[in-house]
Design a protein around this ligand. Structure first.
Ligand SMILES: *[C@@H]1O[C@H](CO)[C@@H](O)[C@H](O)[C@H]1NC(C)=O
Ligand SMILES: *[C@@H]1O[C@H](CO)[C@@H](O)[C@H](O)[C@H]1NC(C)=O
Ligand SMILES: *[C@@H]1O[C@H](CO)[C@@H](O)[C@H](O)[C@H]1NC(C)=O
Ligand SMILES: *[C@@H]1O[C@H](CO)[C@@H](O)[C@H](O)[C@H]1NC(C)=O
Length: 865
């Protein structure tokens, strides 16, 4: 049913099926080395050796491989299903290990769904839920909220948020019904005053745990525990009749919120971790309790007390091979580091992963290995707040049910684990290793591929707005996750050694290079005033940075301006940045209420009042004086180094331009994507051609041409008879679709693109949650079927051509509003060479077998007939 409904919606939005031919592409993640974002859940299947899954809050779910790498499962999610990447709960079937269930939804405007797989996540069928699922909401590390009955696997329970209560399926997750007898839907709200809704929603049901020992295979398990996000009132409930009736577990302590309830079946014990916050980045007190099911007896087994207890607890792991061996993680111990405790006697005594020696020395009962993600290491985090080597936001911790030496836990930025865990109990010294290889969970804000130096530089941030709170490290943002700054990607297949250093901000917001001096880079950040100037320059392709705005640091002008810009609005600068062609002028459209700013020669930034504060901006890549802007339906040009802008023309009925890209080789050759399509100018915006067939466009990029000397390949995230990622080798006349059903790239509007100026066909897609992808053509391009206008376009003339592989897209109507003079030369141009364009004095006749084909006002080319 759900599938049919979805198809129906798609058909209504996109009446044209596959209007543009496809070219096969090979898509791979640019390797950052694992993690980058929060991993709130890691779940081992108790019946199939080696089978485990991890869920993330913005980057989908993953299955563990035998070599410790992870396989992403939700990369097919496209714009219509981008909320699949927020996974609020995960259940792997103990009876039929091929079955996997994910509760997905980010807390976007759409309701969530249970994704059902019968092939360990190779494919999924959605079952729509009548409410939202908060994969990126507070309390997302509690759990798991979704559970499969270990005795009758057609039965599942799912604990909803927002007061929606407990839900049950009896048909392998296909349909769901509310459990009306379960009335405690959770009272806890992180911040009732939060008008954004993010923190003012009830966390709801926190976890569902079957007592597998209470039943027998083939009939529904009678005893089920449910933890609820309430405090000050009962928050752990039990059913003895397979969920028909419920009662509060007697003797429970309701001071804190129960984050996890983990069964140790041989002991017949339920271990519960508590925190005084919903998580994932808060908590200053908590407890670990065990509930002895046979005797109905609670025992407080919290590993530390008094002044040593300044955190709540998150992850709980039990060793199924060694009953009584348990591990618990401090949810957030911000100083001096995260902490994990282990007990081999059911919590009577504990040992820590580290301990103070002679203060401030720390005895680390581990050796640390971040070889898979070297940027993670101790130098990455803020040492004034402690190394935080072990991590933070440690909501998930699991011991491999088949291997006592193997455990994994999730943090705000990666998965750590060990393959020699039993050494904890012998030499008390384990190897702690970053083990998130294959989990690329970053939110990419900006990408550049300069023509020289490293092929790719990234500005990396986190979902949505970023904020800084002095109670956290300067490097945690709204999700409390580590804020990544961005990287120089010297290799696409090896994790970078380090992030951008000095300065470090909460997030890097954007990045640009100077067209004539492409080792010169500017980047801007998002952070509060304590993080200083949110703009930095590099002259060595991002290896080092300086912030000498104001000519010298003791000249206060720019420092104060930027500082003021930031302190007025508390925290943000962010926005977009453009670097002039020679690299002496920075144009910065802030998000901070300071509008557009410009600085030349690192002089103090001054306001640019003639460009709206919402404008898309770009620099010309050849002429140092020229910048472009677009806002509403207007296109803006500056010829004085960004000091003043004038409207030159309109962009049809556009209301929100997205991106301006400029031909790196030709001044004034400009593309603009908007909510109404794609527009091209060859005269610095005096006039625009509307690229027809493109009804909406988001990120766009220009890369290496298909033929030497030809027009750059054009890439667009666009709606061209359907949403997708497209390439045109002839300036928007013919398009090929380059993404496929397995690569949806999530929310199209959130993504950024850049194309490689050195490798034809290569494009980089920066996603909001699944890191950076690079794509290379792996199949032949479908032959072009549309022909560009062969007559010299005259003012306001209209030429109609046909579209490749298209049956029902409206014909390609190209409206020209300018004239390209042609040469009077009488020679003959060879196939593939230039045969016309503004200023062209060479031959305009093409060698036989080819025809002179208009590409843009500056360039016509002899293309095969
Ligand atoms: C619940 O926890 C919050 C956060 O710690 C606290 O402010 C509140 O007083 C608690 N409520 C009760 C009833 O214990
Ligand atoms: C409940 O737990 C809190 C926090 O650990 C503790 O202070 C309190 O004494 C406990 N209450 C009971 C009745 O055990
Ligand atoms: C644990 O082993 C590592 C690596 O051999 C060593 O550096 C560290 O000092 C050891 N920890 C303790 C407390 O002996
Ligand atoms: C750059 O553009 C400006 C403004 O249009 C123009 O005056 C100047 O001549 C151009 N510079 C070069 C080198 O073409």
């Amino acid at each position: 049913m759900a599938v049919l409904k979805l198809l129906g919606i798609l058909a209504a939005i996109y009446p044209v099926a596959s209007a543009v031919n496809s070219q096969s592409y090979t898509w791979k993640n640019v390797k950052i080395g694992g993690g980058g974002g929060f991993v709130p859940g890691i779940v081992f299947n108790p019946s199939a050796k080696g089978l485990a899954y991890a869920r993330t809050d913005i980057g989908g779910a993953y299955r563990l491989n035998a070599d410790d790498s992870w396989t992403p499962l939700l990369d097919f999610a496209d714009d219509s299903r981008w909320n699949y990447w927020g996974v609020d709960a995960l259940a792997t079937d103990p009876v039929d290990p091929n079955r996997l269930y994910l509760a997905t939804g980010i807390w976007d405007p759409n309701n969530g769904q249970i994704l059902i797989s019968t092939d360990q996540g190779a494919s999924f069928t959605p079952s729509q839920l009548p409410f939202k699922v908060g994969g990126n909401m507070p309390g997302r590390g509690m759990g798991e909220r979704l559970a499969v009955d270990p005795n009758l696997n057609s039965v599942l329970f799912f604990g909803a948020r927002s007061g929606n209560g407990l839900w049950k399926s009896t048909n392998f997750g296909q349909t769901w019904a509310k459990v009306s007898s379960f009335t405690s839907t959770g009272t806890f709200i992180p911040d009732p005053t939060d008008s954004s809704g993010y923190n003012s929603d009830k966390l709801g049901i926190a976890w569902v745990t079957f007592d597998s020992t209470s039943g027998k295979s083939g009939t529904a398990t009678p005893r089920i525990f449910v933890g609820v996000a309430s405090n000050g009132t009962s928050n752990i409930f039990v059913s003895q009749d397979a969920g028909s009736t419920w009662s509060a577990v007697p003797g429970q302590n309701t001071t804190f919120l129960p984050h996890k309830g983990v069964l140790s079946p041989v002991e017949k014990v339920l271990y519960v971790s508590y925190s005084d916050g919903g998580g994932p980045y808060d908590g200053t007190l908590g407890a670990i309790m065990k509930y002895d099911i046979a005797n109905s007896k609670w025992t407080d087994i919290t590993p530390v007390s008094g002044s040593d207890l300044y955190f709540g607890f998150g992850g709980v792991g039990v060793d199924l091979q060694k009953p009584g061996t348990i591990m618990v993680a401090a949810l957030n111990s911000w100083w001096p580091d995260g902490q994990i405790f282990r007990s081999t006697n059911g919590g009577s005594t504990w040992s820590p992963l580290w301990q103070f020696g002679n203060y401030p020395d720390i005895n680390k009962y581990y050796s640390y290995d971040d070889s898979l993600a070297p940027w993670l290491g101790p130098n990455f985090v803020d040492t004034t707040l402690g190394d935080l080597q072990i991590g933070w936001m440690m909501e998930s911790l699991s011991i491999d049910p088949f291997d006592s030496n193997h455990f994994l836990y999730g943090t705000g930025s990666t998965i750590y684990g060990s393959r020699n865990l039993l050494q904890w109990d012998s030499t008390h010294n384990i190897t702690l290793k970053s083990m998130a290889d294959g989990i690329e969970e970053t939110s990419i804000q900006g990408l550049i591929s300069p023509p020289t130096g490293p092929s790719l530089l990234s500005a990396v941030g986190d979902l949505g707005g970023t904020f800084f709170s002095s109670s956290f490290s300067a490097e945690k943002n709204i999700d409390g996750e580590v804020a990544l700054l961005g990287f120089v990607h010297n290799s696409l297949t090896t994790a970078p050694q380090t992030e951008f250093q000095n300065p470090k901000w909460s997030t890097s917001a954007d990045i640009d290079f100077a067209g004539n001096n492409p080792t010169n880079i500017v980047r801007i950040g998002t952070g509060d005033s304590s993080q200083g100037k949110q703009v930095a320059l590099s002259t060595d392709s991002g290896a080092s940075w300086n912030q000498d705005f104001g000519a010298a640091d003791n000249v206060q002008g720019s420092y104060n301006l930027i500082y003021a810009a930031l302190s007025f609005v508390e925290e943000f600068a962010g926005g977009k940045v453009a670097f002039s062609a020679d690299g002496d002028t920075v144009l910065w459209r802030t998000n901070s209420g300071q509008g557009v700013l410009v600085s030349q020669f690192t002089n103090p930034f001054t306001s640019v009042s003639s460009l709206p504060s919402t404008a898309a901006i770009a620099s010309d890549k050849k002429n140092n004086s020229i910048f472009y802007g677009a806002a509403g339906s207007s296109f803006y040009l500056s010829t004085d180094g960004g000091k003043t802008f004038k409207v030159t023309s309109s962009l049809g009925s556009s209301t929100s331009p997205v991106k301006i890209v400029v031909n790196p080789g030709v001044t004034g050759d400009v593309w603009v994507s908007t909510d109404k399509g794609l527009f091209h100018s060859t005269n610095s915006g005096s006039s625009f051609t509307t690229i027809s067939g493109v009804s909406q466009a988001w990120a766009i990029a220009l890369g290496a041409p298909s033929k030497s000397g030809g027009y750059p390949a054009l890439f667009a995230a666009a709606n061209i008879g359907g949403l997708g990622y497209f390439r045109s080798d002839d300036s928007g006349v013919n398009w090929v679709k380059i993404n496929d059903a397995a690569h949806g790239f999530g929310s199209v509007g959130a993504n950024v693109l850049t194309a490689d100026p050195r490798i034809y066909g290569r494009v980089y897609i920066g996603t909001n949650g699944r890191g950076i992808w690079y794509g290379d053509a792996s199949g032949a391009a479908p032959p072009p079927t549309a022909t560009a206008p062969t007559t010299t376009p005259t003012s306001a003339s209209t030429t109609t051509t046909s579209r490749p592989g298209t049956t029902s897209v409206p014909g390609t109507t190209t409206t020209k509003t300018s004239t390209a003079p042609t040469s009077t030369s009488t020679g003959v141009a060879a196939a593939w060479s230039q045969c016309g364009g503004q200023g062209w004095t060479g031959p305009t006749q093409c060698a036989s077998g080819s025809v002179c084909t208009y590409q843009n006002d500056f360039y016509s080319q002899c293309l095969p007939q």
